[in-house]
Design a protein around this ligand. Sequence first.
Ligand SMILES: O=C(O)C(=O)C[C@H](O)[C@H](O)CO
Ligand SMILES: [Mg+2]
Length: 391
Amino acid sequence: METIKNIEIYELGSPEEKSSPWSSTILILKLTSSDGRVGFGEAPTTMMTLPVKESMNEVARVFQGKNYFDIEKNLRDYYRNAFYVAKSVEETAALSAFEIASWDLIGKNLGSPIYNLLGGRFNEKIRGYANGWYSDCVSPEDFVSKAKSLVSRGYSAFKFDPFGSNYDKITVDGVKKAQEIVAQMRSSLGEGVDLLIECHGRFSPKYAIMAGKALEEYNPLFIEEPIHPELERFLPEFRARVDIPVALGERLLNKEDFARYISDGMVDVIQPDLTNSKGILEAKKIGAIAESFGISVAYHNAFGPVQTAATLNVDYTLPNFLIQESFEESWPSWKKNLFTGYSVENGTMALSGKPGLGIEVNEKLLENSKVSGMEPLGTEPPWVVSGTFKP
Ligand SMILES: O=C(O)C(=O)C[C@H](O)[C@H](O)CO
Ligand SMILES: [Mg+2]
């Protein structure tokens, strides 16, 4: 029986090269098995780096010495012991890292890419959309100029948050400014490009409807997290009043949450983040739940390279896959060079096809990028693309 022997947690970053404020550090898990194989996982950070890192130490108490093939049993074993915390984002994020690293070991043990163990390549091409590209963009011209440079590199879909510093409420001027940005993006880039509107869950319901209705005529592919996440009971009204598909899911933590949102008519496109919602197998199960309701999947992917590789392995296998988020174009070099094994070219994402996740680590960079703790908060919330939370 092959077991999990060594567990190492790396908090990585670079004081010189900041990444997106919410992921200027990443948490990488390295599992070494009794048969000498190495598997990598990743947990997200945002405002929770240290709690997630501590939760990984808690989860290690369950996974240490276990058979890494026993994905279902090991996660259930944690759940049965955790009692109070099994649905905290810190715990599900920590569990995700161990689950992803276990799959990396499984694929390497069997000599197979993970996607071939989950149903194979239903999708040959994975269309990516760019996020993170619009730092310091305030005017419509700013957004268009940066987007055009990515169009020239093959991207045909762009996610962006055009709402500046509006929060809870939005002013008439704020709606007008957002409308001008989206209108200019549409008129300059044409109908062949998909526009994905990010709200970051910033609005109260009525203001979300006001903002959403102002953007209908530009036919966005979807509008993401229009309403504060705790006010999800108003999403059916938003969907009835605004003729733009609603996307959400990065903050949902398990298949039960997604089943509830879908069956209660709250969402049109789901966006699970498999480093928040317990990893690869849960992501596949969530995708199947959505498929049974005719709902598409566009996995959230905003942190690091192990997350991208794990997500791509699931993307390949989903009949109801829609489009894949990528921040790679805006990553600093330390994050870009940490692993090799997948590509993001001309707006299309692809894995190497090597066993496991399909990626290889740069050991030297792994050792040399160790940091401790997030940088202090700035003048903007850490969840925005830098330089955009402006009136
Ligand atoms: O990528 C997205 O959809 C985001 O909303 C990015 C968020 O700012 C990030 O995930 C916060 O942790
Ligand atoms: Mg989002």
